[in-house]
Design a protein around this ligand. Structure first.
Ligand code: HGY
Ligand code: MN
Ligand code: MN
Ligand code: MN
Length: 397
């Protein structure tokens, strides 16, 4: 694969959902998502690949060859709000180009190869990450999923219906999982940890998201004396600092985001603030220590502030150690490329519990991700396509 060949296909979607910020607004079931699904279908049709959508809204393009369970590759189109261009789409564009490479050399797979575009991987609209693969794996309750709302109050069910999809079909898909022999996800590396064009993932750190609710008493900003206040914004502010402190102390990561305040006025003390805690750590003990520390410290502070604090898990992902034999086989096949863990969650992290799964990383020279600065050179992306083609050839022969 040469860099210009990669850039030509890449540029076909580079403008879809791009905001003034240079980041992307690609929420699942939104206009940009439907445009990307349309592009996916056109790419599949141009290659004579059979397309289908599963009961959870994940889209597939099948190279129907050989017999038996398929080799699945692919990733996601959705982005965090104003996220980077590569996180997700790179794995889908590379998959189509890898199929082109295999066909150009006359490769005949002994088993089907299928490209997947998984829905709501970021949880950027409905809050629960890897929703499409979690529903497939039966680890998210379909009723809970249907009722998830986006910041504007639209439920997943309504968003799917508006896009012509059927939310009542959501649910576990064991047959589909049984139809996959192996899954390989190619993804841009999201830290500063890969100093070669391509790497292989060893593990995904344990991580999770918790919804925090701070409840106080709404009142007038101009007439309520300080001692009389029960201001949830104060406890929330303390929680942000506590999360950082507990993460540093325990040796992990913590981030607070997706903040909403009611009534969110300038001259009224809030009645309630909700926010999400995202925490990641090299092992479960450190993650538990961060969560325990934040919960205890913020509850204590709420007492002092006269507010109420609640924290509830929205999604928790235990450590994912990728299939060691597959990991080593791919690293050797690719000439001994670096093998490294990541703190980022992926659909591969969900499916790894059900099918032999591996991840390939493409170098990100900026080390920035989930932001407009996310980058990868065309040369490294082309090297990623070659690596993915080699892996698909190896797994599907
Ligand atoms: O949040 C994550 O780590 C992933 O990018 N969804
Ligand atoms: Mn991401
Ligand atoms: Mn991703
Ligand atoms: Mn007034």
């Amino acid at each position: 694969m040469d860099a210009t060949g990669f850039r030509r296909l890449w540029d076909e979607i580079a403008g879809v959902g791009r905001a003034e910020s240079g980041g992307y607004l690609r929420f699942s079931w939104s206009e940009s998502d439907l445009a990307l699904r349309g592009w996916f279908d056109a790419q599949a049709a141009a290659r004579g690949l059979r397309t289908e959508t599963d009961r959870n809204g994940n889209r597939y393009a099948w190279w129907d060859a050989g017999t038996g369970p398929a080799v699945l590759t692919g990733s996601h189109f959705d982005a965090v709000p104003h996220g980077g261009a590569y996180d997700g789409p790179l794995g889908i564009v590379a998959a189509f180009l890898a199929v082109d490479e295999l066909r150009a050399e006359g490769f005949e797979p002994a088993r089907p190869i299928v490209i997947g575009a998984f829905t709501e991987e970021e949880g950027g609209r409905f809050g629960v990450p890897c929703l499409g693969t979690r529903l497939m794996a039966g680890v998210v309750d379909p009723d809970r999923a249907r009722a998830l709302t986006d910041p504007g109050g639209t439920t997943l069910a309504d968003a799917m219906r508006a896009a012509g999809a059927d939310p009542d079909a959501l649910g576990p898909d064991p047959e589909r999982l049984a139809s996959i022999a192996a899954f390989v996800e190619l993804h841009v590396e999201q830290g500063r940890n890969l100093d070669a064009p391509v790497g292989v993932a060893s593990a995904i750190w344990p991580h999770g998201r918790w919804r925090m609710t701070f409840t106080g008493a709404a009142d007038h900003a101009g007439t309520t004396r300080l001692p009389d206040r029960r201001d949830p914004m104060l406890t929330f502010a303390f929680a942000v600092l506590a999360a950082r402190k507990e993460a540093r102390r325990a040796g992990g990561l913590a981030t607070v985001g997706r903040v909403e305040a009611v009534p969110n006025a300038t001259n009224a003390i809030a009645s309630q603030v909700t926010a999400w805690l995202d925490s990641r750590a090299p092992d479960e003990a450190v993650l538990a220590e961060i969560l325990g520390g934040v919960t205890a410290k913020v509850a204590e502070r709420a007492e002092r502030d006269g507010t109420r604090f609640a924290i509830a898990p929205e999604s928790e992902t235990p450590i994912v150690e990728f299939d060691a034999s597959l990991r080593d086989r791919l690293a050797a096949l690719l000439g001994g490329v670096p093998v490294l863990p990541t703190g980022a969650g992926h659909d591969a992290g969900v499916l790894a519990a059900h099918v032999p799964t591996a991840m390939l990383f493409v170098r990100n020279p900026t080390g920035v991700s989930h932001a407009p600065g996310e980058g990868a050179s065309d040369e490294d992306c082309a090297a990623g396509v070659d690596a993915l083609a080699a892996v698909l050839r190896d797994l599907a022969c």
